[in-house]
Design a protein around this ligand. Structure first.
Ligand SMILES: CC(C)(COP(=O)(O)OP(=O)(O)OC[C@H]1O[C@@H](n2cnc3c(N)ncnc32)[C@H](O)[C@@H]1OP(=O)(O)O)[C@@H](O)C(=O)NCCC(=O)NCCS
Length: 160
């Protein structure tokens, strides 16, 4: 049964004060605040809300000391995973939380039968590319002018 906003979190992963659970509508104000401080063309509240009822998509949130500090989304279609969005709150970056959340989701994708996972990343976003390379992702192509400001996207892929 779906949880209401006042219910206890159903954590899927706990490691000390770091926890992961499925994203629910009650998390969206914090998720949207992180989104706005992370991306020049942020997703809206209503886009996240509609994604939560997309049957091909799964979204997670990460907590540190009971505060939402990050999130990640994955579409899975016919054995192919696609990371839709991923961010950690600016004040909590560089502490290993992104790696933990990413690692959790890759394990999930593999266990759910994904053969490969793809994502797009800006060529200027070296930090994120470093993280993806750590997990075995490689650049397989470029989508020209992919982002609204005209920057290309690197397409990166990991095959399990
Ligand atoms: C990308 C992002 C999610 C990484 O999360 P994070 O919690 O800061 O990452 P971690 O602390 O777990 O670091 C993971 C790896 O990223 C790389 N990294 C992190 N900070 C870095 C920095 N300042 N410079 C270069 N590489 C860096 C390193 O490879 C690091 O691994 P290491 O600690 O073993 O060296 C986060 O920086 C973020 O939210 N950025 C803005 C939104 C964004 O760009 N999302 C990705 C869109 S494709």
């Amino acid at each position: 049964m779906a949880q209401k906003s006042g219910d206890r979190e159903a954590y899927l992963w706990e490691e000390g004060d770091f926890k992961i659970s499925r994203m629910r509508p009650c998390h969206l104000p914090q998720v949207v605040a992180i989104e706005r401080s992370s991306f020049p063309q942020p997703w809206s509240y209503s886009l996240f809300l509609s994604e939560l009822s997309n049957r091909a998509a799964t979204y997670w949130v990460a907590f540190f000391q009971n505060k939402v500090i990050g999130y990640l989304g994955l579409w899975m279609v016919w054995g192919e995973g696609h990371i839709t969005t991923f961010a950690i709150h600016p004040a909590y970056r560089g502490k290993g939380f992104g790696k933990k959340l990413f690692s959790y989701v890759l394990d999930y994708a593999r266990n759910e039968g994904c053969r490969e996972v793809l994502l797009e990343v800006r060529p200027s976003n070296v930090k994120a590319q470093n993280l993806y390379r750590k997990f075995g992702f490689q650049v397989i192509g470029v989508r020209k002018h992919y982002y609204a400001d005209g920057e290309d996207a690197l397409v990166m892929k990991k095959v399990f």
